[in-house]
Design a protein around this ligand. Structure first.
Ligand SMILES: [Zn+2]
Length: 504
């Protein structure tokens, strides 16, 4: 293992700054310091804050806050990356969400698909080189095994294969050739090819050979060149191709290759000549007849979860989606609030006083939203639009908001009366007015459901009400189901009106 070099002065200064950013639980900062000083290089690369929290019995929310504040003071760098669900390698790694797209072609396996912010778009944190230099800051100096298995392969994969509890071991098992090819160098790999597929990648692009059940006694020779980041071949049967493969559940997956061909199974020689002016990291692997895997990830920080963090929104205001992009989200919970009778209040007490009260009410609501791990997207007049990763937290927040406003009302002469609506579903994340925002029919439904609520009422759609855990939160409350038509939605919507808590 290389020596650990920590910039003590920098680390001390930044930890001192970090300590002052908020109130931390006991020993959170000292444990982080120990981690930075003593962890292996690989552990300080793409840290998953959810696993960090689990390993230290911290709350997930505090761990996320810790890494966000630590990134802000310069201890860590944020890394947005896209994990390929069909091979487990990281397709792209970006310092900012501004560079994210929705459509990616995996250079390792050739799968081509759309990505959503809440599935394989992940966020992790790596130590900055100014604090501690780690090997993974210098991928060009890594061994090829380290490059593929530690730098490019996601750490968060759950193996679907009982024979290989760690996906990494499955990758090692199917790898037939791994080596750097220098500019101008030609390498030869020779092996027996059983029926099934074989792929070659240089970590930037890939090709596929599909071996049939036809056997040949002759050795097949596949001559290949790497030119301008692509594979080329003089073999006329090797052609660019798009193919469909199937998962074990018969779901189709699209693949695209620089080159592809069928060939009989038997002895195979692959020659690769690197005609580029940079070194190529060649990997030839043999998935064989395995159906296309769909890899799941350990609990980790998705792009969506990060966007529903108020700390992220507060600290990284310039971190927004590219204005030309819309990023899909499969499932997110929207909460809208509004004040009842505010027009009358403005008339009674005047604009200035009303403005002051409305602002104080925003403060009270934002405290609840933050405590419940949600984030305010925007305020519109007297209304708040907030997002949550978790519908249970959103429902708890709604009930606590009404209590918080009740409390607040005791301190003022003019009572403010809240109306809340919650809905969950898919959406798209966009940038509007240099701010992360959300768009789509489910946002509209959430706003319309809010409009159904009367004084101190919360309306939930069936999608929220039926979410695991929500009924527990509502145990002590009076719930009235209803069916309503809302503007812009053709079918009747099942909603649930939550009244004030029963007081015995
Ligand atoms: Zn892949």
């Amino acid at each position: 293992m290389p020596d650990i070099t920590v910039n003590d002065q920098q680390l001390d200064e930044q930890l001192t700054q970090l300590e002052l950013t908020r109130l931390w639980s006991p020993r959170v900062i000292s444990k982080l310091e120990t981690f930075i000083r003593s962890a292996l290089d690989v552990e300080l690369f793409r840290i998953n804050p959810v696993q960090y929290a689990l390993e230290r019995s911290m709350s997930e929310a505090e761990a996320l806050d810790l890494f966000l504040h630590a990134t802000k003071v310069g201890l860590f760098e944020m890394d947005w990356h896209i994990v390929c669900p069909h091979c487990g390698f990281i397709i792209d790694s970006l310092p900012s969400m501004n560079q994210l797209h929705t459509h990616y072609l995996c250079p390792i396996c050739g799968s081509e698909r759309d990505y959503a912010l809440d599935d394989y778009i992940q966020v992790a944190f790596s130590i900055t080189p100014q604090v501690r230099d780690i090997q993974y800051h210098h991928p060009e100096s890594l061994s090829i095994e380290d490059l593929y298995l530690n730098y490019r392969l996601s750490k968060e994969l759950i193996s679907p294969l009982p024979a290989f509890p760690a996906w990494r071991d499955a990758v090692i098992y199917i790898t037939k050739y791994l080596g750097y090819v220098q500019p101008g160098e030609k390498v030869t790999a020779e092996f027996d090819l059983p029926p099934g597929i074989l792929r070659a990648t240089d970590s930037r692009t890939c090709l596929q050979l599909s071996a049939t059940y036809e056997q040949t006694e002759q050795t097949s020779l596949i001559p290949l060149r790497l030119v301008d980041g692509k594979f080329q071949s003089d073999d006329p049967e090797m052609q660019p191709r798009s193919l469909t493969s199937y998962t074990a559940e018969s779901e189709p997956v699209q693949f695209r290759y620089d080159l592809e061909r069928d060939l009989p199974s038997g002895r195979l020689v692959v020659e690769v000549e690197n005609l580029q002016d940079r070194r190529s990291a060649l990997c030839i692997y043999h998935p064989g007849e395995m159906p296309t895997p769909v890899l799941a990830l350990r609990p980790s920080l998705s792009g969506k979860s990060l966007l529903t963090s108020q700390t992220f929104r507060d600290l990284f205001r310039s971190e927004v989606i590219n204005t030309n992009e819309t990023l899909a989200i499969k499932d997110i919970t929207f909460l809208f609030t509004d004040l009842k009778g505010s027009t009358a209040m403005y008339e009674q007490i005047g604009d200035a006083k009303a403005y002051f009260l409305v602002h104080q009410h925003f403060d009270a609501l934002s405290r609840v939203i933050r405590d419940r791990n949600g984030a305010i997207v925007k305020t519109i007049g007297d209304a708040v639009m907030a997002v949550f990763d978790n519908p249970v937290e959103a429902t708890s927040a709604a009930l606590e908001m009404i209590d918080a406003l009740d409390e607040f009302n005791r301190t003022i002469s003019q009572a403010l009366i809240l109306k809340v609506g919650i809905h969950r579903g898919h959406s798209i994340a966009v940038t509007v007015n240099e701010r992360n925002d959300y768009f789509g029919q489910n946002v509209n439904i959430a706003a319309r459901v809010q409009a159904l609520a009367d004084a101190n009422e919360v309306y939930l759609t069936a999608d929220v009400y039926n979410s695991p855990g929500v009924s527990d939160v509502l145990k002590a409350h009076h719930v009235v189901p209803d069916e309503v038509l809302v503007k812009g939605v053709s079918e009747k919507l099942n909603v649930y009106k939550i009244g004030r808590q029963h007081r015995d």
